[in-house]
Design a protein around this ligand. Sequence first.
Ligand code: ATP
Length: 436
Amino acid sequence: RLSRRNIGWVMERTLSSAVRNILKQAGQIADSMGYKIYAAGGLVRDVLLGQESLDVDLVVEGDGIRLAQELGKIYDVRVRQHPKFGTAEVVFSDEFKIDVATARVEFYAYPAALPQVESSTLHQDLYRRDFTINAMAVALNENSFGTLIDFFDGREDLQYHTVRVLHNLSFIEDPIRILRAIRFEQRYGFKIEPQTLKYLKETVRRGVLARVSNERLWEELKHILLEPEANSMLRRMGELAVWPDVFPRVNYWEVEPVLKDLPQSMRQISDWGMMPLNSRWLVYFIAVLHWSDTGVARNICEKYGISKRQTEKVLAALQGWSRAVALIWKAPQYVKVSHLAKVLLQMPRESYPMLLAILEDEKLKERFRQLLNIIEDSKPKTNGKYIKHLGYRPGPVYREVLDALWRERLDGNLRTEEDEHAFVRDYLARVTKRSE
Ligand code: ATP
């Protein structure tokens, strides 16, 4: 029943010429060594979806490491070897590496244990993968280049938008696949196939996810938080009762309204020109934890080995948001801008999309935008140099004067640089008198 369709022309259209060249080169090396070679997994899936892919995962029926070394020689790049696993990595750059594996089968000695490796064939290599859509391969040898190898009807599942495991013990074997199923389902707008969903729920119910190491859990979770559809993935994790395992003692339904609006808020803030894109995951992470108390949040940060700096950001956001929201709610005439600015600046920028989502009302959102603008525009032009120029010796008084100056600027009391200078001279004169 194995389909022998050729997808060479789709590869030609979707893959970059650099990737295509590497695939052809690998095929020729394999020919010269008498091996069979395939690209498998994500690349085949992406190509069939008509998407570009940089995810090159080669499977060799033969000595994978030898082949990787040869490939590395031709491109003059480094090769990392893992003889114990029969795998190697050809490192083209920090962003672009390709994996080479020797066709093998993994036995799971007991659920969630580390895989043991034994040499075998392509079928077995594909059989140990997570879902049918990820378990296809394409031949790379010259005379069969582009032949699709699809033992488990992955192509049909792609066509019918279905995430399906290869066998009933799949989630027990490796519970991280629960999160991966949700990730692929939501990323592509697919559906987890009913029988697969039954297995998934059963595995969740048995608490098997708790056996996955925190490192692997975090690796997958961070991947999810960086996806454009992160909020629907988190929602699905809520529906499928995965949250207690992943975010202990955090209730999804309490934070759902904010998570739902987060993508739009992120877009808005980035339109205002102030979203640091490299910490997108932290934006979600903060929103997930914002309703929790500090102890719960701290535990989760520790569980996932979040750095001290980032943990502090999370905690500052938790401590600050309700005060910030209350102040923005108040009529402007009753709140000094300098006071609000201080509260906002004590919170990390990654918490601003969440603030925006909590504000809900369009007028309040607009007020928040104006505040951020005022803060940005109010940085005084005057700095320590001017104080020095007046003849004061550097010391704590510098900080004090500059802080006071900034507050005055925020409250709109000083417009020109001359105003600032007059304020600084005045302030220093008062301070000097105070200390006499
Ligand atoms: P992405 O587009 O997110 O990178 P991907 O499918 O390429 O998706 P990887 O994590 O790079 O994801 O995995 C590469 C391939 O390895 C997958 O396509 C799948 O075949 C296999 N795989 C990865 N993780 C697992 C797992 N936990 N269990 C079984 N197979 C897995």
